[in-house]
Structure formats: C-alpha cells, structure tokens
Design a protein around this ligand. Structure first.
Ligand SMILES: Cc1ncc(COP(=O)(O)O)c(C=O)c1O
Length: 404
C-alpha cells in the first residue's frame, strides 16, 4: 500500500500502509489532511506549563449580565421549545433593520435572514448547499480553518491566494489569475483572522467586478464586523448592492457580545440563495436556541449594546502594543479583529511552531504560530496574540514578551 500523507499540527507526516487511527487500520478518511489543530496543541501545552494563554481567540472577560438575565427570563416565560427553522421573527426583523441602518441594504427578514448555531455552522451550511463536486472555491491564506474542510467534503477544490507579510493585502491580479471556468465561490474574511487586515472600498470594488465577470458567489465572513480600529469603516459585502445580490454574509453574536460559547450567528443572503441554504440548515440543526434568540432580540433593540465595541477593543490593542514598545518583537498595529501579530525575526531564526512552543515552555506565554493558517505553511516568523483579554493579563503578557 502507498504511504499515507497526513497532517499533524499543520505539519506533514507519513504513515506506512495507512490510513491509520491509533495504530489500527481503518476506513479512508474523508478529511485525510485534518489532524489535531494547533489551538488544541498550544492550549494543552500552555496548561501543562502554566503559561499565560493568548493563543485561542475568545474573550477573557465576562459578557453583559443583562443579556444572560434576559435569557433566563425567557426560559422562565416558557420559551423553551423549537424556534422556527430560520429563527424567531422578532430577531430576524431586528437584524434586517440593523443591516439597513449599518450597510444600507434591505434584507427581507422572512426570506433572507437565517439564524444559525454560530458563524461556523453558517459557513459549513452555505458551502454544503451551494458548492458542487468538481467546483473550485477561492480564498485567501492565511485563513480561518473551517473553510477548506467544508469545501473538500463537497468533492470540490480549494484554491488559495497568499496574502503577503507585513500588510497582508489582497493582490487582485493573482486572484484573476486563479479563476477558472470551474470557480464557483470566493470566500473573503474582513476584518481578518489571523492578520487583523480589513478590506478597503477598493478591494470590494475589485471583488464585485471579478464576481460579476465570472458569475461567482461570495461568502463574506464578517464575524468581526464590530471590531474595526482607528476610525475605519467596516466594508461589508452588504454595502455594495450589486455585490450583496451574489453574497452570503455571515455574522456571529458570540464575537459581538463576548459569549462565543453560545454558538449563535446568522446569514444574510438574497432569497434564492437563502432558500438553498435553508434546505441544508433544516436537516443540519433545524433551528437554534429559542430563549437566546428572544433575549438577543430584546437586548439588541438598544444599539448601544454593540456600538462601542471597536473603541473597547482598540483600547485593549493599545494597552498591549504600548506595553510592548522597546521589546525585540516588531509589530504593525492590527486594524481590525482582536488579534495582534508579532514579528520575532529580530530574535531568532527558529520556525514559528518551534518558537511558539519554546515560548510556552520556557517563558510561560502562548501565542499561535501563523504558518498553520497557510496551506503551504508560509512562515513569516510571526505569532498571533489575542488581545480580547483583561488589561492586567495583557500587561503581564507584554512584560514577559519584553524580557525575551
Ligand atoms: C474568521 C472567523 N470566522 C468564523 C468564526 C466562527 O464563529 P462562531 O464562533 O460564531 O462559530 C471565527 C471564530 O473564531 C472566526 O475567527
């Protein structure tokens, strides 16, 4: 039998006579390239070494208790049975209004908005519903890790355009060069995980013309829509009416309200695309947590619950970055999302995975090596640190990093 090619922590490994699972021959995997993620590996290492973990991307401070109280009140009021498949009408109506106010696009709350179990389920459902075997899907590396497995499970092929350090801007000539008659969809992510890059109005205009020219769908992952810094504007696909007509725009309540564990999100898309998405959604999760939906509808009625998030995170970014001034790490301040990249090339030539592990073991501080977000493992010698943490934690982290 041919040796089996697999991945572990983003590194290639070979097994004779595979595929193998815990040493036992098994059926061929549908996702042979997927191994334990670096997040699991680094978090485990951080726990073993008692390291300060700024690796995994979730808020390290409490959500607003008023929102959890509202959920409790909905439970006590008996809202504990299945919600309608696409979401409770009150929440969909509110989101339609929010999209109109924020981005100027009118979505029909009944036919064009679907509440999902988080952004990841929305992305998986969209790809399953709209990407066919043999299609190609284009996206940008480094990338959030859930796009490629969803595409591959459809028998489709992922194609990548690499973003270039240090700005990680999109080279649209490269995008055009990668489009073929089989290209079906482009996946964008703005603000971007892991780089903090935000797409500009010019980017959106390029995207729109390419998508129109080649009749492509656009999956626009905008889960960090409310985290944009330095007075910048979030360039949603929904801002551009011609683009919005071919886009499925994905959001996450967890990123906005600091409750990633609730796994709540939504998709806005034209009716004919939403209809296809719902065909999968109804047999995938059917419907999403009822009391949380009613509570969110009530809570978000007050726009101040989400309007100050950029300022809050910008202050955290600045606390972290200021405390790093004079260190041997180099940085360009993130312009969106809640991740700061630190360039360590002035410290060592080590590969980023090795360096991240050594930082954890020897200095008790954990970040994520960025090469794992690239399918070709491009190593720019940068680590990603999540600054959605309490200020004292950020200061402690910076103090350790200053000592390296
Ligand atoms: C870019 C990006 N998209 C989607 C998600 C998933 O969001 P959710 O937690 O709502 O599934 C994440 C979470 O980290 C993310 O970083």
């Amino acid at each position: 039998m041919r040796p089996y090619l697999g991945w572990c922590e983003g590194r290639v490994w070979w097994v004779e006579g595979g595929p193998y699972l815990w040493g036992m021959p098994t059926r061929p995997s549908k996702l042979p390239h997927v191994g334990t993620t670096i997040f699991t590996v680094m978090s485990k290492l951080a726990a073993e070494h008692g390291a300060l973990n700024l690796g995994q991307g979730f808020p390290g401070f409490p959500m607003d208790q008023r929102l959890s109280d509202l959920v409790h009140a909905q439970m006590l009021a008996g809202r504990n049975q299945y919600a309608p498949m696409s979401g409770v009408p009150e929440l969909r109506a509110l989101l339609a209004k929010k999209m109109q106010v924020a981005y100027g696009f009118s979505y029909d709350p009944d036919a064009e908005i679907t509440i999902t179990a988080g952004g990841t389920q929305a992305i998986f459902t969209i790809i399953t519903a709209l990407v066919h075997a043999g299609d190609e899907v284009l996206s940008f590396a480094p990338a959030y890790d859930c796009y490629a497995p969803a595409v591959e499970l459809q028998g489709a092929t992922m194609k990548w355009v690499n973003l270039r350090y240090p700005d990680y801007r999109i080279d649209w000539h490269q995008v055009r060069a990668q489009i073929t008659p089989r290209t079906r969809m482009i996946i964008i992510n703005t603000p971007h995980n892991p780089t903090g890059m935000c797409m500009t109005a010019e980017d959106m205009s390029e995207l729109q013309s390419i998508a129109e020219e080649h009749d492509l769908l656009v999956l626009s992952d905008e889960v960090y829509e409310h985290i944009v810094f330095d007075g910048g504007r979030h360039e949603s696909a929904a801002r551009y009416p011609e683009l919005a007509k071919r886009s499925l725009v994905v959001y996450s309540f967890g990123k906005t309200f600091h409750n990633t564990g609730w796994k709540m999100g939504y998709v806005c898309a034209p009716a004919e695309l939403t209809a296809e998405v719902c065909k999968v959604h109804q047999y995938n999760v059917f419907s999403v947590n009822t009391p949380a939906q009613y509570a969110l509808a009530e809570y978000m009625g007050d726009a101040s619950t989400y309007s100050g998030i950029s300022e809050m995170y910008e202050a955290k970014r600045d606390v972290f970055n200021r405390a790093l001034q004079g260190s041997r790490f180099r940085l360009k301040p993130a312009v969106g999302a809640y991740f700061q990249l630190l360039d360590y090339s002035g410290i060592t030539d080590e590969g980023d995975v090795e360096f991240a592990k050594r930082l954890t073991r020897e200095h008790k501080i954990t970040g994520i090596p960025c090469s794992v977000f690239f399918p070709n493992l491009q190593d720019d010698k940068v680590l990603r640190f999540c600054f959605a943490k309490q200020d004292d934690e950020l200061l402690r982290a910076a103090e350790i990093l200053q000592s390296i």
